[in-house]
Design a protein around this ligand. Structure first.
Ligand SMILES: Cc1cc2nc3c(=O)[nH]c(=O)nc-3n(C[C@H](O)[C@H](O)[C@H](O)COP(=O)(O)O)c2cc1C
Length: 405
């Protein structure tokens, strides 16, 4: 298993195909980071990619020549396209354009990049990047599903602000995330061999068969954490209430509705190396939920009595046998965040609390950004406001360190 900060990529060769998207500039950083870790990078650029970054920058950073043209006799004399396609431990496409995904899904091979992708017998990892409408287009959905079924791996895209001024899924994963996905694809993620449980989303507490009490949690942060942990190679059990964002790929999804169902699913998922409890679990349920729809009545309004739900975080934190080595809770507060979250950590007995201020003015609950404070036995560490994906990535790396990544 790899360790963060060591040369797990040393002596690996990456065939890096750069597609024609704005995010190509981030690929320059990826090349630098791969090289820093001792990987060799063979760069290939599409013609469109050359509109965004220059072959000169790419070859200078890679320390190797850039392959650009299929019908370049010099290339064929030096290294034929078939040989090139098989020369690496992993083929990475970053940014993977809608166009490249479409070609791959359809089996087209009309330039060097697409021909290499058809000819290769090495694993392929795509880091898609495109406008949100392009990503959500039914054709891209189909191509994505086809490629996933063909065994192609994906990292990202993330939600976020895009160069085109729009917002949503389509932003290329950050270089560090792609790096982690490369390590995982090479079977060497810092969390490979670790089993981690993540709870996410709201719970629905029934009043009767058609009504329920819920909260505004979208599940975005828990989903991002599960994705980031999986990207580092963890086996993730993702227990989710009815969230408004889809679950990530590559995790075991356990859908639940109520707090009590979540509690039972957590129990069934143990033992795990770490548990991340990001779900917004309802504190109370309706004590005697009706099994028939409540009707209007002349006798007055219904009165709901509440009962306390199981405290999942506390229960797991205080397990005598089989407690995960690391238990991470989340605290959504609207005032005195550090004080309340510090008290919560002690009350529950968990190792870390990821605290955030969810007062409506912050736009955090249901939004795409988060400003968190990590509370541990070392005190409170404030992280700058960043995307929920970046919070997740940073937290996943911390978890990997804590588990001895
Ligand atoms: C300014 C600009 C930005 C673009 N950004 C993207 C992008 O992020 N993702 C994408 O799929 N296509 C993007 N395109 C369109 C591609 O460049 C175009 O589909 C091209 O044919 C892709 O070629 P390739 O797949 O061979 O690299 C962009 C085009 C322009 C003019």
């Amino acid at each position: 298993m790899g360790k963060i900060g060591t040369n797990m990529l040393a002596s690996k060769r990456i065939l890096l195909i750069i597609g024609g998207g704005i995010a190509a500039y981030k690929t320059l950083d990826l090349i630098r980071r791969l090289r820093e870790r001792g990987a060799a990078v063979t760069p290939v650029m599409t013609s469109a990619a050359e509109e965004f970054v220059t072959p000169l920058s790419v070859s200078a950073l890679a320390g190797e020549r850039v392959f650009r043209h299929l019908f370049d006799l010099t290339d064929e004399a030096e290294m034929g396209h078939i040989q090139l396609s098989r020369s690496a431990d992993l083929v990475v496409v970053a940014p993977a354009t809608a166009d490249l995904m479409g070609k791959m899904a359809a089996g087209l091979a009309n330039d060097l990049a697409s021909t290499l992708l058809m000819a290769t017998d090495t694993p392929v990892l795509l880091a898609p990047a495109m406008n949100v409408r392009m990503w959500e287009h039914p054709a891209t959905r189909r191509n994505h599903d086809q490629l996933a079924a063909d065994g192609i791996r994906f990292v990202g895209p993330n939600d976020g602000d895009m160069a085109c001024g729009e917002f949503g899924p389509g932003r290329m994963a950050e270089p560090m995330e792609i790096l982690a996905a490369i390590e995982t694809a090479l079977g060497d993620g810092p969390l490979s061999g670790r089993r981690i449980l993540v709870t996410s989303g709201p719970t629905h507490e029934p009043i009767d068969p058609v009504r329920y009490i819920a909260n505004r949690s979208s599940g975005a942060q828990g989903t991002a954490v599960a994705r980031a942990l999986a990207a580092l190679g963890a086996e993730v059990v993702f227990i989710t209430g009815p969230a408004s964002v889809p679950p990530p790929q590559g995790v075991q999804v356990v859908p639940v509705e109520s707090a009590r169902e979540m509690d039972a699913a957590v129990d069934a998922a143990l033992p795990v190396d770490a548990g991340v409890f990001a779900a917004a679990v309802a504190d109370w349920r309706v004590a005697s939920a009706s099994d028939r729809k409540l009707k209007k009545s002349k006798d007055g309004l219904p009165v709901l009595e509440f009962a306390e739900n199981p405290d999942i975080l506390k229960r797991v934190s205080r397990l005598e046998a089989g407690r995960p080595r690391l238990v991470v809770g989340f605290a959504a507060e609207t005032n005195d965040v550090v004080e309340h979250a510090t008290a919560k950590r002690l009350r529950k007995g968990c190792d870390w609390i990821v605290a955030n201020d969810v007062s409506p003015a912050t736009g955090i609950m249901g939004g795409s950004e988060n400003a968190v404070i990590l509370i541990s036995d070392e005190g409170a560490e404030e992280w700058p406001r960043m995307g929920k994906d970046q919070v997740a990535e940073k937290l996943a790396l911390r978890i990997a360190e804590a588990l001895g990544g």
